[in-house]
Design a protein around this ligand. Structure first.
Ligand code: C2E
Ligand code: MG
Ligand code: MG
Length: 545
């Protein structure tokens, strides 16, 4: 058992334990005794203590130094990482916009100084703005992981195409820029653009899919096309021109492109308010039956009445709306407006079939189908009264991304019309995969019909093949009686063009129908709006109801 004792009680017990037997011999009795022994012990103890103190002090300092070093290393690598993140694109590891603009400013400043100093400054600096064509469909069809992988591969091909001393950066999305210093001429920039286009032609392998992609490239040269502040903007404007010229190509900056870019920006700002300010309108152009000459429907064509610039063509503002994302709200407005008009015509006794133009962006939205379905139901319209026109190149480019919408439209009974046929590179049999009922031959072929035997042969072949695929053929842009006659002889089902009627506002169309086409609709409005005597057409003969 253990008994706890106080020091006072413990001391005598310990002394008792130190009792030495009677004959115990102390060998150090003469050399180490008394004071000298005490001094020795004290000195040794002090030495031992100071040694222990200094080693522990050293140890603490060593440990402190190690942990300080570790903290310092961590801080440094965190700093480096932060700096990397601030200056590099995390996906591709390429410099980002900040680093690119910094390098551009630095090199341009150096060039300006050399020029100022009178030293020969004939070496050029070029900025190449590279924007991938149809990158979004890849993302939409194969997922973002595939899109990311494609961007990484594109980045490495761009790096390989450029020289080691060039800067290749990613601005974001599918936009890349290259900064080429020390070029002997602007042609060097063009040569690199060609090399980039060439290197992109080899298909990419992403997540087990083979992907083909192209790019549009804009080139701006320093000092010819601007200074450090404007060079990137000008290369962007040139890229836009390359896209506009048909994609998969490059454009060298020209001053008018800058004006175009400013104009586009200003139009884009105004376009944002066009719907709320009621500046948009739909005009309707009749489609005429090729055999009987009767109207069988209309195409709705968008118009923008700009308060200062007057009428602006959809060919100008639709691409702006597409690039800025405004096309979605504009597209929704077109659908709603066309339906309200069809409903209004129906109230007036005119059952009208209407074709609307859809933009590629709308086709990638699955909600488009529900929106069309609900708007049809709300206005008590038959889905067969609606036709959706999509341009041939769109139908082909994005078939993976848009298939869902095509299937949905087919399910609700809305059919497609392939617009501007002949401008893309699709085979007719490929078109079979689409729920298309109609094919519109581009105006480019119709224009030459009277003068060019080749154009006649092409149109003839297209009509035959389309019929074999159960597609109705519409010829666009018929402007003369001669074209009309030829098309009729070739068996074209429907025609549309100024020879019959231009696009016109809804009220004018009603007047036009009354004047020129009283027998073209199944039920027509009365001449006097107050007296409702609808007419029916039976075997081409107009009869009162
Ligand atoms: P599109 O769908 O091929 O429309 C036919 C274009 O040819 C229309 O130009 C029409 O006014 C014009 N046109 C008709 N007949 C003739 C003719 O005999 N001769 C000539 N030279 N031209 C004729 P518009 O209205 O300027 O539209 C241009 C394009 O804008 C349309 O081409 C269509 O792709 C697009 N667009 C029009 N409205 C819309 C819309 O609501 N949404 C979308 N996404 N695009 C639209
Ligand atoms: Mg059209
Ligand atoms: Mg067309």
């Amino acid at each position: 058992e253990i008994y706890p004792l106080s020091l006072h009680d413990a001391l005598p017990i310990c002394m008792a334990a130190a009792n030495f037997p009677t004959n115990t011999l102390c060998l150090s009795a003469h050399s180490l005794a008394g004071e000298s022994l005490g001094t020795l012990v004290i000195n040794l103890t002090l030495l031992l203590l100071s040694l222990t103190l200094s080693t522990s002090h050293l140890d603490v300092r060593r440990r402190l130094a190690i942990s300080l070093q570790a903290a310092n290393d961590k801080l440094q690598s965190a700093n480096e990482e932060l700096q990397k993140r601030a200056l590099r694109d995390p996906l591709t590891g390429l410099p980002n916009r900040v680093l690119f603009e910094d390098r551009l400013a630095l090199i341009a400043a150096h060039k300006a100084r050399v020029q100022h100093g009178g030293v020969a400054a004939d070496r050029k600096l070029a900025v190449l703005f590279v924007d991938l064509d149809a990158f979004k469909p890849v993302n939409d069809s194969y997922g973002h992981a595939a899109g990311d992988q494609l961007l990484v591969q594109v980045a490495s091909r761009l790096r390989r195409a450029a020289r080691g001393c060039d800067t290749v950066a990613r601005l974001g999305g599918d936009e890349f820029v290259l900064l080429l210093d020390d070029l002997s001429s602007a042609e060097d920039g063009e040569r690199l653009a060609q090399r980039i286009l060439q290197t992109l032609t080899t298909p990419f392998q992403v997540l087990g899919h083979e992907v083909q992609i192209s790019a549009s490239i804009g080139i701006a040269i320093y000092p010819d096309h601007g200074d450090a502040d404007t060079l990137l903007v000008h290369a962007d404007a040139a890229m836009y021109a390359a896209k506009h010229a048909g994609k998969a190509g490059y454009s060298m900056f020209e001053p008018h492109m800058n004006a175009d870019a400013r104009e586009r920006l200003s139009l884009q700002n105004d376009l944002r308010h066009a719907i709320t300010l009621s500046q948009l309108a739909l005009h309707y152009q009749p489609k005429i039956d090729g055999i009987h000459g009767q109207m069988i429907g209309v195409e709705a064509l968008l118009r923008w009445r700009h308060p200062e610039r007057g009428f602006i063509s959809p060919a100008v503002f639709i691409p702006i709306a597409e690039r800025s994302g405004l096309i979605k709200s504009i597209g929704d407005w077109v659908i709603e407006e066309a339906y309200q008009q069809m409903h209004a015509w129906a109230r007036d006794g005119l059952r009208m079939s209407v074709a609307i133009n859809l933009s590629p962006l709308q086709l990638r939205e699955v909600e488009l189908v529900t929106r069309i379905d609900q708007t049809l139901a709300k206005n008590h319209l038959d889905p067969s009264q609606l036709l959706c026109e999509i341009t041939e190149s769109v139908a082909m480019d994005d078939i993976q991304a848009t298939q869902q919408v095509f299937d949905g439209l087919e399910q609700i009974g809305v059919f497609l019309s392939i617009d501007d046929f002949g401008t893309g590179y699709s085979s007719l049999s490929f078109l079979r995969q689409l729920p298309a009922r109609q094919l519109k031959i581009d105006r480019g072929f119709v224009v030459d019909l009277e003068t060019n035997a080749d154009a006649r042969a092409v149109v003839d072949a297209v009509i035959h093949l389309a019929h074999a695929l159960d597609l109705r053929v519409v010829a666009e842009g018929v402007e003369t009686e001669g074209q009309y006659d030829i098309l009729r002889r070739l068996g074209c089902d429907e025609m549309q063009g100024y020879w019959f009627a231009p696009p016109m506002p809804a009220n004018q169309l009603l007047e036009w129908v009354m004047k020129h086409q009283p027998a073209s609709a199944t039920r027509l409005p009365p001449a006097e709006p107050c007296v409702r005597t609808p007419l029916y057409v039976i075997d081409g003969e107009v009869l009162p109801a």
